[in-house]
Design a protein around this ligand. Structure first.
Ligand code: PLP
Length: 389
């Protein structure tokens, strides 16, 4: 077999490997609690399911325009205005199958051999994987526990040079649950005004999942860099729709036709009935989202408390998304070894911090997209297993 050379540069998302290993153990009769995968455990709200079913019955089974149905792009623009206070031209919105394609397209069109892309580390693993695939050099932005996993704007700006094409910013963040403050974004943007060639990918897929006093601040709100911001968002996390595959990008005017060409060459368009369901999700009642956010917040409080009671663990409270990222150095075990031990011997699926980049060593990601009951039972098992003899 002669695989193309580029395939050797493509990584993966370990959460999917953990899911497969957990399923295999379950198939062999083991009782596994899955705190590995980042998929909400709630059912998609009934009004959205009904809209999707009705769309099929109504005959929505053809191609749509490549950028997506006009009505859905308008609904996205309305939603951005209502929630982020930013006016967006629906012509610059492109609907895609999930959150990932917007990232994929941004890297395919901007990154190249000899260029650099800055990305958070620990961060969503597909960033580094796809940067490498594009041929560009991944330049990690280290996120530190001491700063609540926020980046230091000065340190980010110090890494920008003539080869930099794109900076990826993720808030609220996977895997840390960190939410970037408005003042950190202000500083970053002020610095980026000196680099008019650099694009910014704002991955805000967890924008509605923020807790306590934390607030989500969007990079799209900054006029001075507006023409260089690509916004990534979607339905997966907010509406518990990970398997439906629906997301969107808001593109700078000079990039939208390139994004559309990439879409025509790959997906043609997002699924038609799923797009109709997406309209209902945005324009229909929002009470189920509010209920999910409330439930996540309760679990967040519980998981942080319980994690801090485990010998060798310490956990800062995440402010957004649905992940806790405790420091596990006190156990004396490496992250990967601990992940394996907890899955195979304790029956709890988690993801090693190293799956999110080298700076994730010493941490473990627990997804709290699972019931309070399962979370409590999982952490009871972990505490029992790590209790000094
Ligand atoms: N961006 C971040 C930060 C994520 O955590 C994820 C999913 O885990 C995605 C993008 C991709 O979302 P989707 O499943 O909709 O492609």
């Amino acid at each position: 077999m002669h695989l193309a050379q580029r395939m050797s540069r493509l990584g993966t998302e370990t959460a999917f490997d953990v899911l497969a290993r957990a399923k295999a153990l379950e198939a062999a009769g083991r009782d596994i609690i899955n705190l590995g995968i980042g998929s909400p455990d709630f059912r998609t709200p009934e009004n959205i399911v009904e809209a999707g079913c009705k769309a099929l019955r109504d005959g929505h089974h053809f191609y749509t325009p490549a950028k997506g149905m006009r009505e859905l792009r308008e609904a996205v623009a309305e939603d951005i205005l209502a929630r982020r206070g930013v006016k967006v031209d629906p012509e610059l919105v492109m609907i895609v199958p999930g959150g990932k394609p917007t990232l994929f397209f941004a890297l395919l069109m901007l990154a190249d051999v000899g260029t650099e892309v800055l990305h958070p580390n620990p961060g969503f693993p597909i960033y580094e994987s796809m940067i490498l695939f594009s041929g560009a050099k991944p330049v990690p932005i280290e996120l530190r526990e001491e700063n609540g996993f926020q980046f230091d704007p000065e340190a980010v700006l110090a890494k920008v040079n003539a080869r930099t094409r794109l900076i990826i910013v993720n808030t609220p963040a996977n895997p840390t649950g960190g939410v970037i403050s408005e003042s950190a974004l202000d500083q970053l943007v002020a610095g980026l005004e000196r680099y008019p060639e650099v694009y910014i990918l704002a991955d805000e897929i967890y924008a509605r999942l923020v807790y306590g006093r934390a607030r989500h601040h969007t990079l799209l709100a900054y006029e001075s860099i507006r023409e260089r911001v690509i916004l990534l968002d979607g339905w997966s996390k907010t509406f518990s729709m990970t398997g439906w595959r629906l997301g969107y990008g808001v593109w700078p005017r000079e990039l939208i036709s390139h994004a559309e060409r990439l879409q025509i060459n790959s997906n043609s368009c997002a699924s038609a009935p799923v797009q109709v369901a997406g309209i209902e999700a945005l324009r229909g009642p929002q009470d189920s989202v509010a209920r999910m956010v409330k439930a996540f917040d309760e679990r967040r409080v519980a998981i942080v408390k319980e994690l801090n009671e485990i010998p060798g663990f310490s956990c800062v409270a995440p402010q957004g998304a649905f992940y806790a990222f405790p420091n596990v150095r006190g156990t004396g075990m490496g992250s990967k070894a601990l992940e394996k031990h907890l899955l195979e011997d304790v029956g709890v699926a988690t993801v090693s911090g190293t799956a999110f980049g080298a700076f994730g060593e010493g941490y473990l990601r627990f997804s709290y997209a699972n019931s309070l009951e399962n979370i409590r039972e999982a952490l009871r098992r972990v505490r029992g297993a790590l209790q000094p003899a």
